[in-house]
Design a protein around this ligand. Structure first.
Ligand SMILES: Nc1ncnc2c1ncn2[C@@H]1O[C@H](COP(=O)(O)OP(=O)(O)OP(=O)(O)O)[C@@H](O)[C@H]1O
Ligand SMILES: [Mg+2]
Length: 462
């Protein structure tokens, strides 16, 4: 069985093959017709001129006692059969077919009535000739033959003139058809570009209105499919959000009960077991929280909060304030370098983004280190960055840490591996770029989120 995928066909290629084939056929037909027309034209133009010497010779055939002979001086005969291009010969035969004058080896003319003339093609010494023959009332046949050089030249010239024009028209038609098809296929190109710019989470319907009727059904069908995908996606996300939400409450209860138990006098082995249970509960609780945050970050924009004009400075300072006590406990210097950076965004999600970045910075930076949260505009692009003096993320891992459930091997502490995936989701949703690199001065980590463009609106321009 041949598993090779069938080669994709190209409308343009097919059209070109068809057009070139048709044009070649058209030009060939035109060539045949033109040839016959040109031949007819050349013959009617030159036959008359060929008949004239035959008439002159016939007028000068005398029948006297010497017998039949041409009563013309040699010079006059030469003048009659002179031609610049072709070789002209003549022959005069008696009624009995005996040669009276001229070349002896020109074949006799076909039979025709006295007083008539005719033209026919023949050959003389292996060369094609055109013959004008006339039979006088007395039955004498005069034939004048000439080679075909000037006729062939005329036919050639007519043929070339006609064929060049036809070929130009054919080429022009092919070019126009090619141009037309390219223009006609432009909507497909627009569609392709629109699909290429889409991220996997962007399941919005494609624009239907300006599409030509040939593409519209395709777009409608595709939009229906996108609609089904959106529904399935929403159901899945709603399920995830509900499950995470439902899990959080019992886990929080369990954690609280375990913490209450710790206050009692407990045998050491029981306390150790309870501490393990408590650790697992904290981990599960964190996982549920992160799953819920991810589900929120992924939920379709129209189903979630509306976008609003937000200042990253406000969001960062509010979130960072919540982290100050923890930074103090961990003996980490949490500093800020905040400037206005106004964007169009979803403040709840942006707070979640800052939350995850500060959580990582505090979690992975050893005591005595420094964490700096910065906002502002760089070349008119609003940004938010969190940098720390921790161990840093090796360049090879910087792409992987954005994947879900990925933690660098040997990373201390508990974590679900979802924090940076949430950050990426939220950044993508805001059309922002996410960069992870090392800090310049220290070997730590700097995560920077650069947003598309500063919003200029009354009272909000920085
Ligand atoms: N500031 C940082 N310094 C050093 N390593 C980091 C930093 N931030 C992230 N990492 C590494 O990237 C991994 C992924 O981070 P991410 O925030 O996605 O997950 P997590 O922190 O392990 O879990 P959680 O979902 O609870 O945040 C971390 O496990 C850690 O190894
Ligand atoms: Mg994290």
């Amino acid at each position: 069985m041949n598993d090779a995928a069938p080669k994709p066909t190209s409308i343009r290629r097919r059209l070109l093959i068809f057009l070139i084939g048709s044009a070649a056929l058209m030009v060939s037909c035109a060539a045949i017709v033109t040839y016959w027309v040109a031949l007819h034209l050349a013959n009617s133009a030159y036959d008359r001129a060929l008949l004239d010497p035959a008439l002159d010779i016939a007028d000068n055939v005398r029948l006297d006692k010497v017998g039949a002979h041409i009563d013309l001086p040699e010079k006059a005969l030469e003048a009659l059969t002179y031609d610049q291009v072709d070789k002209v010969i003549f022959q005069v035969r008696s009624r009995e077919n005996a040669i009276i004058d001229g070349v002896p080896d020109l074949p006799p003319a076909p039979d025709f009535d006295p007083g008539q003339h005719l033209f026919f093609n023949g050959s003389y010494h292996g060369e094609k000739v055109r013959v004008a023959a006339l039979r006088s009332a007395s039955g004498i046949v005069v034939q004048v033959a000439e080679t075909l050089h000037k006729r062939n030249r005329l036919v050639g010239e007519i043929l070339i003139a006609e064929l060049v024009a036809t070929a130009l028209v054919a080429l022009g038609s092919i070019a126009l058809a090619w141009f037309g098809v390219t223009r006609g296929l432009l909507p497909f190109e627009h569609l392709r570009r629109e699909l290429l710019t889409r991220t996997p989470s962007d399941l919005r319907s494609l624009t239907e209105t300006p599409s030509p009727i040939e593409i519209a059904p395709l777009i409608i069908a595709f939009n229906q499919l996108l609609g089904h995908l959106r529904d399935a996606n929403t159901m899945q996300k709603r399920f995830l959000a509900n499950a995470a939400h439902q899990l959080r409450t019992p886990l929080a209860g369990l954690q609280m009960h375990l913490e209450l138990l710790f206050r009692r006098e407990l045998p050491t082995d029981v306390r150790t077991e309870l501490e393990r249970m408590h650790g697992a509960t904290v981990r599960a609780s964190r996982l549920a929280t992160q799953l819920l945050a991810l589900a929120n970050a992924e939920s379709a924009p129209q189903q979630g909060r509306e976008r609003e004009i937000v200042d990253l400075l406000t969001i960062a300072s509010a979130t960072a304030r919540d982290w100050a006590p923890r930074a103090f406990d961990l003996k980490i210097d949490l500093g800020f370098s905040l400037e206005h950076a106004v964007i169009l965004g979803e403040s709840v999600l942006l707070a979640e983004l800052v939350d995850n970045l500060i959580d990582n910075a505090l979690r992975y930076t050893p005591a005595g280190g420094r964490v700096t949260v910065a906002t502002g505009c760089d070349r008119d692009l609003p940004y938010l960055s969190v940098e720390d003096t921790g161990p840093g993320i090796p360049p090879a891992e910087r792409g992987k840490v954005l994947e879900r459930f990925y933690r660098i091997t040997g990373t201390p502490g508990e974590g679900s591996g979802l924090g940076l995936a949430i950050v990426r989701e939220i950044a993508e949703r805001h059309g922002a770029e996410l960069d992870i690199d090392a800090c310049n001065e220290h070997n730590g980590t700097r995560v920077r989120v650069t947003f598309p463009r500063k919003v200029r609106s009354e009272g909000l321009v920085v």
